[in-house]
Every structure is written in C-alpha cells, then in structure tokens.
Design a protein around this ligand. Structure first.
Ligand code: FPP
Length: 246
C-alpha cells in the first residue's frame, strides 16, 4: 500500500475527485446481513477516503450520498440512511475540525427531514472556515434537477434585466449548486455499475471516469490510490491532439 501511494505523481493530482458510492446493499447481502449493515460499513469507507484524499492534498472531494431517486427505497431504509447521516455528521464534526476540512452539501436540501437538515446545517456552520479540503455531500441531489433550477433562476434574472444573449458557460455554471467548486478531473463509481445515474452531468463534460468492481464498504485508501494512478496514466487532451496538450 505504501508503494501504491508513493507511485502517485503529486504534481498531477486531481484537484477534485467525485465518487458514486455504490454496492452497499450487495455487499451486505454477500455477508448475509441486512442492507443497512452495508450503509453503516459504507461510512467507514467515507472516513478512510476522506482521510486519504486530505492527506494527499486533494482539494475537493464530492460524495453522492443520497439521490433524488433513493426516496423510492423502502421507508425503513430511507429512515435508516437519514439517521445514519445525522449520527455520522454529529460524530465526525470534530474530526473534520481537526483535519481542517470544510463540509458542504449540494442538492435539494429543503426536502430532507428536519433532524437531518439540522445536523447538516450545524456541520456546515462549524466547518465553514476550514480550507484544507472541501468535502461535499450530494444529498437529495439530481443533476437534471440542478440544471432545471439553474434555468429557472436564469429566467427569473432575465425578468430583472439579465441579458440572456450574453449568457456564457462560465455564467451558467455560476447558477449550479457547484458554483464554488471546480469541475472534477476524476469520477469514481464502485460496485461494477457503469452509469452516471444523474450525478454532476454538466460538471463531468471532460472528467475521466473510473469504474471498479469493489463494493463501497470495501473501498479503502489503496483503492483511491489505484484510481488516481489509473487517472494519471491517461492523457487529458480536451479535444486537442497530443502535441498540442503536451
Ligand atoms: C449505494 O449502495 C449507497 C447509498 C445509496 C448510500 C450511501 C450512503 C452511505 C455510504 C452512508 C452515509 C454517507 C455519509 C456521507 C455519512 P446501494 O444501497 O445502492 O447498494 P446496492 O446497489 O448494492 O443495492
């Protein structure tokens, strides 16, 4: 593991890593345990990966913790996930402070249960001044929702005098929930699924995608290092030819 970490080129670290944490339920099943057991163990991975990312010097880590579609799960599981969020945020705030990590959230937070929202608000407030790394939780997030919201806000601003003829990609992205966050260079999805599932659609236009068979509860620091090493072997050309981007 030490070896893996040492092979990482610190000059070419991704500035922003986004992760679709998937496979909690299937991992739990493989252990003959209820799905919630998978989510509980998934929190350990969140901890490990946040620590590894901060240690490396990654500035932004974004985790897809709850999608708009996740409300369709059995009520028991949704409630368990919401309680787990409250518990985790409360428990981890001191670790976030010790490590100078700022907590952020994106998504339609207004639909979260009061308790979850309260714990989240507390976490956001307490860590607001931290600047080593920004840990963003996508909660009740959907990229299409985000883009629709941006369109509505732009429409509203247009009625107040915004000249939509002058709208640029840079201005548009200021209307997204990620306005303060640069686009990710690397997106990881665990558990063998190869889909984006309505996550950061606008922001991943040029992002390198990395899919691994590992279930999220088994994802450890070494898996993050592997993903980064894989990313560093790729050539990012942004539509140019090799000679131009060299
Ligand atoms: C996907 O596995 C995982 C989720 C929907 C929830 C992720 C939540 C956590 C890891 C815990 C809370 C997180 C934080 C940041 C405190 P799945 O249930 O879709 O697994 P499956 O595809 O195998 O059914």
């Amino acid at each position: 593991m030490v070896e893996l970490k040492e092979r990482i080129d610190m000059e070419r670290l991704p500035n922003h890593v986004a992760i679709i944490m998937d496979g909690n339920g299937r991992w739990a099943k493989s252990q003959n345990q209820p799905r919630v057991f998978g989510h509980r163990n998934g929190v350990k991975s969140v901890r490990e990966v946040s620590e590894a990312a901060a240690e490396l010097g990654i500035k932004f880590l974004t985790l897809y913790a709850f999608s708009t579609e996740n409300w369709n799960r059995p009520r028991f599981e949704v409630n368990a996930l919401m309680s787990l969020l409250v518990e985790t945020i409360r428990k981890e705030v001191s670790t976030l402070m010790d490590n100078n990590i700022k907590l952020q959230a994106i998504g339609d937070l207004s639909k979260l249960p009061n308790q979850t929202l309260e714990a989240l608000r507390e976490g956001l407030e307490i860590t607001a001044g931290n600047d080593r790394m920004t840990l963003t939780l996508a909660l009740n997030y959907s990229a299409r929702w985000e883009i629709m919201e941006a369109a509505k806000k732009i429409h509203w601003d247009a009625t107040k005098g915004l000249d939509t003829e002058k709208l640029t990609e840079e201005i548009f992205q200021q209307y997204l929930t990620t306005a303060e966050i640069p686009d990710p260079e690397l997106l990881i999805r665990t558990s063998g699924e190869q889909r984006i599932s309505n996550f950061l659609l606008w922001q991943i236009a040029y992002t390198e995608l990395y899919f691994t068979e590992t279930f999220w509860p088994e994802f450890r620091k070494s898996h993050l290092y592997e993903a980064i090493l894989d990313y560093q072997q790729r050539e990012r050309r942004f539509g140019k030819i090799s000679e131009q981007s060299a």
